[in-house]
Design a protein around this ligand. Structure first.
Ligand code: E4P
Length: 224
């Protein structure tokens, strides 16, 4: 299993990277918009410094045609570093660009996946990761579990090295469902992971244990 953070927020990355077992971070233009008009390349160079090269950074292209996508990819790789995973939406132009970039050894994350056929085409095009949009699918009545399961079955059946990196989550139940359906990885806003451990029953259980301990041994919490 792999967990990634779906954020470009440097403070969140710094705060949560030592808490949660993350293997990378992902972005799209809407996530970057939340950070304001950042100095784009320096911002991601700083994130790379914080995360190191053993973690993956996934940055999305903005252009919609093949030529523009290739140009965006080259600009990202030149100005940040050549280990970046280039996120490309699965459209006809996107698939064409993925094939060309893959032939040059570029790391690819196929994104904006809502359907099984998008997923299967990205798989056969050689994407390193495929990102199905869990919550967005649910919003329009598509069952994301079926899309993930079908993709996972094909990966297993034909031994693809591609991993399913499910994205677009609103709650932790969706995250668990993504893994149960066959996702190898998920990308989650750190706040969702934080909230999942702050639930009142967990806090109450810990408070009750502390009270019981203090009732017998007093306020000194240390066992030793
Ligand atoms: C991954 O980075 C996706 O683009 C992202 O998870 C989409 O999430 P959203 O549906 O919350 O916009």
């Amino acid at each position: 299993m792999k967990f990634m953070f779906d954020t470009a927020n440097i403070e969140d990355i710094k705060e949560y990277k030592d808490i949660f077992p993350i293997t990378g971070i992902t972005n799209n233009p809407s996530i970057i918009k939340k950070e304001g008009k950042i100095d784009f390349f320096n911002h991601f160079k700083e994130i790379r410094k914080i995360l190191g090269f053993e973690k993956s950074i996934h940055i999305q292209v903005v252009a919609e045609n093949c030529e523009g996508i290739i140009k965006d990819a080259e600009t990202i790789l030149e100005n940040i570093d050549n280990k970046i995973y280039i996120k490309i939406p699965v459209t006809e132009e996107g698939l064409k660009a993925m094939r060309l970039l893959k032939s040059k050894g570029v790391n690819i994350t196929a994104t904006a996946v809502y359907t099984k056929i998008q997923s299967l085409l990205a798989l056969e095009t050689g994407a390193d990761f495929i990102a199905p949009y869990f919550n967005r699918m649910e919003n329009i009545g598509i069952n994301p579990r079926e899309v993930i399961e079908t993709t996972a079955n094909m990966i297993n059946k034909y031994n693809y090295s591609t991993e399913i990196l499910t994205a677009s989550f609103r709650n932790i139940g969706q995250v668990v469902d993504a893994f149960s359906s066959g996702s190898q990885a998920v990308t989650v806003p750190p706040q969702i992971l934080h909230d999942s451990l702050m639930m009142p029953s967990i806090q109450k259980a810990i408070g009750d244990f502390t009270l019981d301990w203090e009732n017998i041994f007093g306020k000194e919490k240390s066992i030793y």
